[in-house]
Design a protein around this ligand. Structure first.
Ligand code: RIB
Length: 292
C-alpha cells in the first residue's frame, strides 16, 4: 500500500539553551546544530524506516536539496518534491535541559504549494491509497478536494494547530493523530475521555489517536478503544517524537497490522527518538525498534 505524504521540509536550527528565551532577553546557546526537519519530512523518514512505501510531495528551495537527498537515502520517493525559486522552510528550535522544545517556523517553499500542484500530485494515485498531511503547507483544502475526488484515504496529523483547520471538511478524514492542544481546539474539551467522545460525535466514521506525551496515547473509534503507555526513556530532545510515532503507527496501520501492535511499535520508536538529539536524525530503524 502506497502512502503519499504531502508535507513540509524544513532546515532546523537547533539551539541548546539553559531556559527558553524570555521577552526582551538575549540568550547565548550552549550548543548549536543544523538538522533536517519539518513535520512532513520527519514523518516520511519515519514511514520509510518503518518499512512503508512512501512518496513525499512538497517544495524546497535550492538551499534544501540536501533534504531531498536525505529522503532518497532512506528510500523515500521524491518525484513530487519540487525544487523552486524560494528559500526552504526553516525552524528555530530551542531545547531546554529537560529536553523540551520551543519552535518558531518560517514556511518558505512549504507555503508556495498551489492547489494545482496538489491536484497534479494526487491525480495519478489509485483509489484507496493513503494520503498523509500535517498543517505546515499552504492550500490544504486542495488536498481534501483532490483526495475526495480520487477516493484516497486521508490521514491528518493536525500539527501545528491553526485556525485554518476548522474550515476544512474534516468529516473526510479516516484517521486523526492529534495532541491535547489540537484536540481541545477541535472539540473544546480538555479531558481525554471527553475529547475522544466528542471526536466520535463530530466525526463518527473516523478513528482518532490522542497522544498524551508521558501518559502515552489512546486510539478510539466506534468499535474499539486501546490505550498505549509511553515507554520510559532518558529524555534528551523531544523534537520529532510525535512525527516518529505517526510514521511508525501509519506504516503498520497501512500494512493492516492489529491496532495494538501499531501503537506499541509507534511508542517504542518514539521512546528511542526522545533519547537522541535532533528530529529527523533521531528516528530509529525498524530493527532497533524490534529489539526493544
Ligand atoms: O515536529 C518537529 C518539527 O516541527 C521540527 O523538525 C520542525 O521543523 C517543526 O516543523
Amino acid at each position: 500500500m502506497r502512502i503519499t505524504n504531502i508535507g513540509s521540509c524544513c532546515i532546523d536550527h537547533v539551539y541548546s539553551v539553559p531556559h527558553f528565551v524570555m521577552p526582551g532577553e538575549t540568550l547565548t546557546s550552549t550548543s548549536y546544530a543544523i538538522h533536517p526537519g519539518g513535520k512532513g519530512l520527519n514523518q516520511s523518514l519515519a514511514l520509510a524506516k518503518a518499512g512503508a512505501e512512501v512518496h513525499h510531495a512538497g517544495m524546497i528551495g535550492q538551499d534544501g536539496v540536501w533534504l531531498k537527498e536525505r529522503l532518497e537515502k532512506f528510500g523515500v520517493n521524491t518525484q513530487c518534491l519540487a525544487v523552486i525559486n524560494a528559500p526552504t522552510g526553516h525552524a528555530s528550535i530551542q531545547i531546554n535541559p529537560e529536553g523540551e522544545n520551543a519552535i518558531v517556523i518560517t514556511g518558505g517553499a512549504n507555503r508556495q504549494i498551489e492547489a494545482g500542484d496538489i491536484q497534479g500530485w494526487l491525480a495519478h494515485i489509485e483509489p484507496d491509497n493513503y494520503v498523509l498531511i500535517q498543517n505546515e503547507i499552504s492550500n490544504l483544502d486542495a488536498v481534501f478536494e483532490a483526495s475526495a475526488a480520487a477516493k484516497q484515504r486521508l490521514i491528518f496529523n493536525t500539527a501545528p494547530m491553526g485556525s485554518n483547520v476548522m474550515d476544512l471538511p474534516l468529516e473526510q478524514v479516516e484517521l486523526f493523530i492529534l495532541n491535547e492542544i489540537e484536540a481541545h481546539a477541535i472539540t473544546g474539551e480538555n479531558d481525554p475521555k471527553h475529547i475522544l467522545a466528542a471526536m466520535i460525535e463530530l466525526y463518527p466514521a473516523a478513528s482518532t489517536i490522542l497522544t498524551l506525551g508521558a501518559a502515552g496515547a489512546i486510539f478510539k473509534n466506534r468499535q474499539e478503544e486501546l490505550h498505549q503507555s509511553a515507554i520510559e526513556a532518558e529524555v534528551i530532545d523531544t523534537t520529532g517524537a510525535g512525527d516518529t510515532f505517526t510514521g511508525f503507527f501509519l506504516a503498520h496501520y497501512a500494512n493492516k497490522r492489529p491496532i495494538a501492535e501499531c501503537l506499541s511499535m509507534a511508542a517504542k520508536a518514539a521512546s528511542i527518538c526522545v533519547a537522541r538529539p535532533g528530529a529527523a536524525t533521531s528516528i530509529p530503524d525498524l530493527s532497533e525498534v524490534m529489539k526493544l
